[in-house]
Write a protein that binds this ligand. Structure first.
Ligand SMILES: Cc1ncc(C[n+]2csc(CCOP(=O)(O)OP(=O)(O)O)c2C)c(N)n1
Ligand SMILES: [Mg+2]
Length: 325
């Protein structure tokens, strides 16, 4: 990979980390309503996806994809701050502040939104893919799903249907080791989710989801396969989320140390870039720039007005609006 491309990916990873760290700090102060699942630790996986999906594709993010959503918004429309505003439930958000974390969507940048019912979009993605195939479009329909979500029946229904109808679906499975607090090997017959997908007969691969070069190249290969009209593709990213579920860490100390210190996606990329002659000061400047950008986004979100009560029922049904109170 060219040095400039790697630097771009590095910037994107810092944007995600700064976004999540800034958001987490605001959440702890009670400024962000609802629940918060962060993508900290999964920056390489999300940056790899954002750099290969086009605005004309369709992706269904999961509950940790604030970074992917913000990158798509910033890349295609230059208004990533509207993802932040959405999380703050403000009228300037991509869904007017009525979607929040789990329902941030903007199909014009390819973001079709998550759903609070884990796995339900594994069925919806088939419809988008079928429409694209029937219309002869080269659109890729991508579902980002966690390892725990694989336990839903829709997982198998979806893979089977995508296989028999040869649909342009990209399954981006983020195996971060846990579903709530259940280790992946205890919740599934195989700790390698790729083994559960292989029976459907389309290409299924596994990649180190914290290695930005490997992840980027694996996503490019998967999407290339789908765009060439060769049908579905399954890619498992092996990664780890910083966020536990309960107060008090339930994960072994050595495991935490490995993922946060020895196998952190940003620290790993620092090493790669320094090996290629990039100055440590330049890397530090990128980190600072992204934190500064996110501080602006947070200020924008905080200063924005809340949604107008009169419009509470707008956007629920297409072309349907209830008069004011
Ligand atoms: C159908 C359904 N069951 C349960 C939940 C509650 N829930 C939210 S996140 C989650 C775990 C998901 O695990 P995984 O897919 O591995 O994602 P991770 O949080 O690890 O990124 C569960 C069970 C839900 N949202 N929907
Ligand atoms: Mg998980």
């Amino acid at each position: 990979m060219e040095r400039e491309q790697l630097l771009d990916l590095y910037r994107d990873m810092w944007l995600i980390r700064a976004f999540e760290q800034g958001l987490e700090a605001e959440f702890e102060q009670g400024n962000v309503p609802g629940m918060l699942h962060t993508g900290l630790g999964q920056e390489a996986t999300q940056a790899a996806l954002a750099n290969n999906l086009k605005a004309s594709d369709a992706f269904f993010p999961d509950h940790r994809c604030h970074g992917l959503n913000a990158l798509a918004q910033q890349r295609h429309k230059g208004d990533g701050e509207r993802i932040m505003a959405e999380l703050f439930a403000k009228s300037t958000g991509v869904c007017g502040g009525k979607g929040g974390s789990l329902h941030s969507a903007d199909p014009s940048v390819g973001n079709f939104g998550d759903n609070a019912v884990e796995g339900s979009y594994l069925v919806t993605v088939l419809g988008v893919a079928l429409a694209a195939k029937m219309r002869g479009e080269s659109r890729v329909a991508c579902a980002v799903l966690g390892d725990g979500t694989v336990g839903r029946g829709e997982f198998h229904e979806s893979l089977n249907m995508a296989a028999i109808w040869d649909l342009p679906v990209f399954y981006a499975c983020v195996n971060n080791g846990y579903a709530i607090a259940t280790p992946v090997g205890e919740g599934h017959a195989s700790a390698d989710i790729v083994d559960l997908a292989r029976g459907y007969g389309f290409p299924c691969e596994q990649v180190d989801g914290n290695d930005i070069v490997a992840s980027h190249d694996a996503v490019a290969k998967a999407i290339g396969h789908i765009r060439a009209g060769k049908g579905p593709y399954f890619l498992e990213f092996k990664t780890w989320r910083w966020q536990g579920i309960f107060a008090g860490e339930f994960r072994p100390e050595a495991e935490v140390k490995y993922w946060r210190e020895d196998h952190d996606p940003i620290l790993m990329t620092d090493e790669l870039l320094i090996d290629r002659g990039v100055d440590a000061d330049e890397l530090a400047a990128i980190e600072q720039q992204q934190h500064a950008l996110i501080a602006e986004w947070i200020a924008f979100a905080k200063e924005s007005p809340p949604p107008d009560l009169v419009k509470a029922t707008a956007d629920v049904y297409a072309q349907w609006e209830v008069g004011g109170r």
